[in-house]
Design a binder for this molecule. Structure first.
Ligand code: ZN
Ligand code: ZN
Length: 345
């Protein structure tokens, strides 16, 4: 197998992964901006963290930087799909293989480990020489927006990206676990930069779930860069003494009571849509076991196996997978074929 053919195979996978990553950013960051910063901005005016709004020039810069981040994340995803084909990473498609408990457990592990990875990588990125090289761009957004969520220097994007392949070397995962992980990552990231405190408070105006990082928590990182390095949870900042000392006072200041009905309606619509989406995906998954698309994949795989060629056929097989499947899903038959690949060359 030549270097050229490997590059060509990677090039065949890349566009699909790029499109998925790009749409995730557009829908995640754009969706949070549309709902929180535009549609609900009046209702949430009392919970706006800063008086001033970020300049449009900043948003333009953030989107440009995010585009480069998506290019890097897509390269990472492409390597994961390619590596999964060779059995370097175990991405199993039969949920029953490890059981539903394992699926839930592995999803939690992905999220909790990512929080730890992010905290320590982030602390390293604040080491002055590394900060200037890799992390400064993110902090140019002193007053962040949902689009700041992917506004990274190239080095920072790589530091964020390599978490997944490193973890997948040891942790077998189902595509659904990966999907929940990336959706949660995108949404928490975009919400954490939205500039409005939308996390619930108790009667004392303390965070209702104090172990979860609120919008104020990460917003304070952008105004006081030495504090609040955590991503999803407050654990590491508290254990390591890096939480902003007046965090709770700041949270109390911005968590003013608001008229919640538009917010709860928007959240309810979002939750129902996600549940409906998952149910439809699960229903179509079981219905498709013997249907045309499924047969299409099997036929494509057989054709590939018979043809002995590789990159065009791999591209054909991947693109013949129905749209409902996350691109990391490699059908078992294709997976087996790719595993035998070196013997075919
Ligand atoms: Zn940030
Ligand atoms: Zn930082």
């Amino acid at each position: 197998m030549s270097v050229l053919s490997i590059l060509s195979d990677l090039g065949a996978i890349y566009p699909t992964v790029f499109t998925t990553d790009f749409l995730r950013y557009v829908i995640g960051a754009g969706g949070v901006y549309l709902i929180v910063n535009l549609l609900l901005s009046r209702h949430l005016a009392g919970r706006k963290i800063r008086e001033q709004s970020p300049p449009l020039k900043q948003i333009r810069r953030e989107i440009q930087a995010s585009f480069r981040t998506v290019l890097i994340f897509a390269l990472n995803g492409t390597l994961i799909v390619y590596g999964a084909g060779f059995g370097v990473f175990t991405i199993y498609t039969d949920a029953a293989a490890f059981g539903w408990w394992y699926l839930a457990f592995s999803t939690l592990v992905l999220i909790v480990l990512h929080d730890s990875w992010f905290y320590w990588a982030h602390r390293l990125l604040h080491y002055p020489p590394l900060f200037r090289l890799f992390h400064r761009l993110h902090h140019l957004s002193y007053n962040p927006t949902p689009f700041t969520s992917y506004s990274f220097g190239a080095g920072e994007a790589v530091a964020n990206a390599i978490y997944l392949p490193l973890t997948l070397l040891l942790l077998p995962v189902h595509p659904l676990a990966l999907l929940i992980f990336v959706i949660h990552m995108m949404l928490r990231n975009a919400i954490g930069h939205c500039g409005y405190e939308i996390f619930p408070a108790n009667r004392q105006r303390m965070p209702l779930f104090d172990w979860v990082t609120t919008v104020t928590h990460h917003d304070l990182h952008h105004s006081h860069a030495g504090y609040n390095m955590g991503l999803y949870f407050t654990w590491w900042d508290r254990w390591m003494g890096t939480e902003y000392p007046h965090y709770h006072a700041e949270f109390a200041r911005v968590s003013r009571p608001v008229d919640w009905w538009p917010y709860t309606t928007a959240v309810a619509i979002l939750v129902v849509s996600v549940i409906l989406g998952f149910s439809l995906a699960a229903a179509s998954e079981s219905a498709d076991q013997n249907s045309e698309p499924r047969r299409g994949i099997d036929e494509a795989t057989q054709a590939i196996a018979g043809s002995g060629c590789n990159r065009t056929s791999l591209h054909y097989a991947l693109s013949s997978m129905s749209d409902r499947e996350y691109p990391v899903v490699v059908p078992a038959s294709l997976h087996q074929w790719v595993a035998q690949w070196p013997n075919r060359e």
